[in-house]
Design a protein around this ligand. Structure first.
Ligand SMILES: C[S@@+](CC[C@H](N)C(=O)[O-])C[C@H]1O[C@@H](n2cnc3c(N)ncnc32)[C@H](O)[C@@H]1O
Length: 258
């Protein structure tokens, strides 16, 4: 599969910027297919597409009240993987609505299994590129919390342009967050952590409540300040556990929408 959206007249930007993911197969097998068939109608937002199967048609607007059947704070997780974090958080906060945005269909199937297993009614999932989901389907100022935990690090220098957190993504995220809303991020790649912090520290739309904070270890490693304490709502996912086993430190960041 191409790593760039095909050009369209209205969205030339998608023809020039590589996407932040490699689609590793969209076919479901065995149990995951059964889980999908059983629960997709209840939890998957079936969005109209524009060109690829991770795109969102430009005129589609998601109505949270229609899909959740109630008005409540909306929390969005980008790149929800196997759904460990979003399902844990949704179980802890039944008064909030949660939307998981992921391009990896087997991960979404696994998320559906977890949602159904816990009988949660406050989670929906969408198979979509987060850039499209945020830019198109989510109404402006509709989100109270945005999560991005362990985004693909694209650690080779020549792949850095694929990283999701870059200057051009900031207004896309800022648009959907309510004033006072929070964007939480975590990564185990120190140079991506620094990139995230530098991009967001210079963004006029966001404020870093921990701008002055420098942990002992950051000082020792010459990584400066601005890191948030570990977000206690975040479960240890398999990605975080892998990072710890490899001896990599995990960085948390938190930004408040002005
Ligand atoms: C390294 S995994 C981390 C998964 C999960 N957040 C965790 O901590 O376990 C990154 C995930 O982000 C997804 N992803 C990458 N770019 C994305 C995008 N533009 N839109 C939606 N999902 C994306 C990938 O498919 C992958 O599942």
């Amino acid at each position: 599969m191409s790593n760039q959206h095909p050009p369209t007249e209205n969205h030339p930007r998608y023809s020039t910027h590589p996407v932040s993911y490699m689609r590793r197969g969209t076919r479901l097998q065995g149990r995951r297919q059964t889980v999908w068939d059983t629960h997709a109608d209840s939890y998957v937002i079936d969005v109209p597409r524009e060109f690829t199967d991770t795109s969102v048609r430009s005129d589609y607007v998601f109505d949270p009240v229609e899909h959740f059947g109630r008005e409540a704070e909306l929390v969005v997780e980008i790149g929800s993987g196997l759904g460990e974090a979003v399902v844990h958080l949704a179980a802890q906060a039944p008064e909030k609505n949660f939307l998981a945005v992921e391009v990896y269909k087997p991960g979404l199937a696994s998320t559906l299994g977890k949602i159904a297993g816990k009988k949660l009614s406050n989670v929906r999932v969408v198979e979509a590129d987060a850039v499209h989901a945020l830019e198109r389907m989510l109404p402006a100022a509709s989100v109270t919390e945005l999560y991005l935990f362990f985004p693909d690090p694209w650690h080779k220098k020549r792949h850095h342009k694929r990283r999701l957190v870059r200057d051009s993504f900031v207004p896309i995220a800022a648009r959907v967050l309510k004033p006072g809303g929070v964007w939480r991020l975590a990564t185990d790649w120190s140079d991506y952590a620094e990139q995230m912090r530098d991009v967001l520290d210079r963004a006029p739309q966001f404020e870093n409540p921990y701008a002055e904070r420098a942990s002992e270890s950051s000082r020792e490693e010459g990584l400066g300040g601005g890191w948030a304490p570990r977000y206690e709502g975040r479960v240890h996912t398999s990605f975080e556990n892998k990072a710890h086993r490899a001896g990599r430190r995990v960085f948390d960041l938190e930004y408040v929408r002005r």
